[in-house]
Design a protein around this ligand. Structure first.
Ligand code: ADP
Length: 307
């Protein structure tokens, strides 16, 4: 599982930053702090690199920045750093980090001694893993901070110019697991009525379902493995479906793999749809879900047979 392949695809840094800051503005707003995004005018429209890993690193850094800031703002910035290099910065006005702690926070051993609960009790990925990913991409994640004076995390990466015609911003979402037969589905849903409806529906389609009732349990079950797809309610207690999906995707960055996740949303609001897709969900279904729709979605993302 230590094996990791980097993507080299053209993408728009501007659009990527817009997405990341859009995704993180809700948790920032909930804490009453501002979320600012800035892309220098000199940053090229297209560069070549591993967009989704870069995005996950930034989400992790911004997540931490929000978590450790109670007043002020969190900013993400991209600028040009010499030929072919972009500099990424995540800054906050939070509690800061003492000097003697600054090297420890990137330490993989500190990370390794934590239990599952400890690891997933935080904002997710962890700085040790972010550091590892940045280094794989040819940079170093560094921090500048004073206690009580906020923190600045930054790294610079060589990202060659991309050609506009080859644009491909979306990740391929189809990961075939099975070609036929029943699928093992993890159903994450807190509402009793919906639980029954979906369990019945899945059973009728010949699938094997396991039920969990909140996002934290969904993350735990997904990481235990053994599922072909996840049906994930967006609004759940303890941890919502968006955050649960982000955690699963973050862990997959290290472990490899990609479990198809289908969001179960209450409405058809575009904004919620976007948040689902940005968090790494592959498809979504608006409730109430009609017969056949679940199977169609499974067929799309998990290669369930369409009869
Ligand atoms: P976790 O947040 O789960 O503890 P991380 O590896 O992301 O794991 O962060 C390690 C530690 O570094 C945090 O527990 C915190 O003490 C410190 N830290 C990280 N980012 C910040 C930040 N922006 N401001 C203050 N402290 C931070």
């Amino acid at each position: 599982s230590g094996h990791l392949e980097l993507e080299a695809q053209p993408f728009s840094p501007r659009e990527m930053i817009q997405q990341v800051s859009g995704l993180m503005s809700a948790p920032a707003m909930a804490k009453g702090i501002a979320m600012k995004a800035e892309v220098d005018g000199a940053v090229p429209a297209r560069v070549v690199g591993d967009r989704s890993r870069l995005q996950q690193i930034l989400i992790n850094l911004i997540g931490n920045a929000v978590k450790f800031t109670d007043e002020g703002a969190v900013g993400v910035r991209v600028s040009v750093d010499g030929e072919d290099r972009l500099r990424f910065e995540v800054e906050d006005t939070g509690i800061g980090i003492e000097h003697d702690k600054q090297t420890l926070i990137f330490d993989a051993f500190r990370q390794a001694d934590g239990s599952m609960t400890r690891r997933f009790g935080g904002t997710g990925l962890g700085l040790a893993i972010s550091q590892k990913l940045v280094q794989m991409m040819g940079g170093t994640l560094e921090v500048k901070s004073e206690r009580g004076m906020g923190s600045l995390f930054h790294f610079s990466l060589k990202l060659p110019l991309g050609v506009a015609e080859e644009t491909r911003d979306a990740e391929p979402i189809v990961v075939p697991r099975k070609t036929a037969g029943p699928l093992r589905i993890l159903l994450a849903e807190d509402n009793r009525v919906n639980q029954l409806v979906f369990l019945k529906l899945l059973e009728r389609e010949g699938h094997i379902a396991e039920l969990v009732e909140d996002g934290a349990m969904a993350v735990e079950a997904a990481l235990r493995g053994g599922f072909d797809a996840i049906l994930m309610d967006v609004h759940m207690p303890v941890m919502d479906g968006i955050l649960a999906t982000m955690r699963i995707r973050q862990e997959e960055l290290v472990r490899g793999g990609h479990i198809p996740i289908i969001a179960l949303t209450a409405g058809v609001m575009n904004e919620e749809r976007d948040r689902c897709l940005q968090a790494g969900m592959d498809a979504f279904l608006a409730k109430p879900v009609r017969e056949g729709e679940v199977q169609a979605a499974l067929a799309r993302v998990a290669q369930a047979p369409l009869d």
